[in-house]
Design a protein. Structure first.
Length: 464
């Protein structure tokens, strides 16, 4: 009996040793097998279109989870894992990526960043959209808030890439694609941006259409500043094209006879209709001011500054906008500069001569109607006459030698009278002026050249 007990104890000791050796062998042999199966399972699905994929191996059993972008893609990935040699069982944790109804994607721009949100159909499309946004916007921060979803319309990525080209043209705003409809809102960064975006929308992929385009243009601004100290007229802002640009600068050169025209204008599309028809007479009103600023913003005109005398201020306030096309708004904030001190008659004569040396009073061709180009000069002459309270002034009209002498004399008389009437409307007594027409009898240049004829067609002021 004692011998039997000793034999049994030895048997249990041996069994325990065998169990320990078996457990150690199993542990050391299973870990490499699991790692190998996991590596081969991951390799089998490396090129599959999946999101959030995960492979875990226990022994020869594989737990496989992922989000697939189509039923076929899900089945194919599962079959690839099941087909890995050595795999006994696959626990299927796969599912389809959620479907977005409607499928919405957007790009929104503010002062500091562009935010991409909504859904992208595939990881690689999402990556392309982020890269395109960064390339289009330079140093602007791109914030990615996109998720992945099924349900994108055909050619979605082409439409979204086209829209990212447009977001760079916005100062701020948002572009949204909802299924196959595109909506845009915001403010264009530059003049012409709104029109450029509208033109690009014509290149939307087949099947896409514009649901709303509420892109606004930045204000279309033209400015002119008359500085009597620097003797300059500075033009800044926008004009619609080269022809209008040249016409405005030429008009300014005729009207602002005592100022150097500084041209800082740039040609930009987006001008309101009838732009030149408004700016030209508005510049004429500015030419009558001692100092002043003209600002044209879209369809609104604002003129401010100092007139040379009271009657001129009243005329400018009443006249601004009189001939503007319908739909234009205008505002005149006109004061009157302090009057200059009186001068004696000899100084008065010199002041008249200096003004008429710089510019000449213009009339409509063959008529006695004063040209709008001469209103600034006429106001200067009126201001000078107001400084000469004791002077009697002859206003002498002259013509060139073309045509009939009697007709020329009559025309010169009417023109001299038109100038006298202008001064009287400025607040001067009529009995201080005598209008005399000399026709072509007192030329100051030859009548055989156009330049000479132009010099002979003139109005002189003679202080008596």
């Amino acid at each position: 009996m004692h011998e039997l007990f000793r034999w049994s104890s030895k048997w249990w000791l041996g069994a325990i040793v065998l169990v320990v050796f078996w457990a150690f062998a199993t542990w050391t042999s299973t870990e490499p097998v699991e790692s190998d199966l996991a590596a081969r399972a991951n390799a089998a699905i490396r090129d599959a279109l999946l999101d959030k994929k995960r492979v875990a191996v226990a022994g020869r059993d594989v737990s496989f989870s992922a989000e697939a972008f189509s039923p076929d893609g899900r089945r194919s990935a599962l079959a690839a894992v099941e087909g890995v040699p050595g795999v006994r069982l696959v626990n299927d944790g796969t599912r389809l990526v959620p479907e977005a109804k409607p499928f919405v994607w957007s790009a929104e721009r503010d002062v500091v960043r562009v935010t991409l949100s909504g859904s992208a159909p595939l990881p690689q499309v999402r990556g392309r959209l982020i890269a395109a946004a960064k390339a289009s916007l330079g140093n602007v921060e791109v914030a990615d808030q996109m998720g992945l979803a099924r349900g994108a319309p055909p050619r979605f990525d082409a439409a979204a890439l086209l829209m990212l080209d447009q977001i760079g043209k916005l100062k701020d705003g948002k572009i949204t694609i909802s299924d196959d409809k595109v909506s845009l809102s915001g403010m264009a960064r530059e003049l012409g941006g709104r029109e450029a975006i509208a033109a690009s929308l014509k290149n939307l992929p087949e099947g896409f259409s514009v649901a709303a385009n509420d892109i606004k243009a930045p204000p279309y601004v033209f400015q002119a500043y008359k500085d009597p100290v620097a003797s300059t007229l500075t033009l800044t802002g926008n004009v619609p094209d080269k022809a209008v640009h040249a016409a405005l600068v030429a008009s300014a050169g005729r009207r602002f006879f005592g100022e150097k025209v500084v041209d800082n204008l740039k040609e930009s599309i987006g001008a309101p209709a009838n732009f030149a028809a408004v700016v030209v007479p508005a510049l004429g009103a500015l030419s009558r001011l001692s100092t002043g600023t003209l600002v044209v913003t879209d369809r609104e005109v604002k003129l401010s500054g100092d007139a040379l005398y009271d009657a001129a201020a009243a005329q400018i306030r009443a006249g601004l906008g009189r001939d503007f096309p319908q739909g234009w708004q205008y505002k005149a904030e006109i004061a009157v500069k302090p009057p200059s001190g009186p001068v004696d008659n000899s100084v008065c004569q010199q002041l008249f001569a200096d003004l008429l040396t710089k510019a000449r009073i213009r009339f409509e061709s063959g008529k006695a109607d004063l040209s709008p180009d001469s209103l600034g000069l006429l106001d200067r002459l009126t201001e000078t006459a107001l400084r000469c309270p004791t002077a009697n002034i002859e206003i002498a009209g002259h013509t060139d030698a073309d045509g009939d002498a009697a007709q020329n004399q009559a025309l010169s008389q009417r023109r001299a009278q038109a100038v006298a009437d202008y001064l009287v409307r400025g607040g001067l007594p009529a009995n201080r002026f005598t209008a005399v027409g000399y026709g072509s009898s007192q030329p100051i240049a030859g009548n055989d050249t156009e330049e000479g004829k132009a010099q002979n067609r003139r109005i002189d002021f003679v202080v008596k």
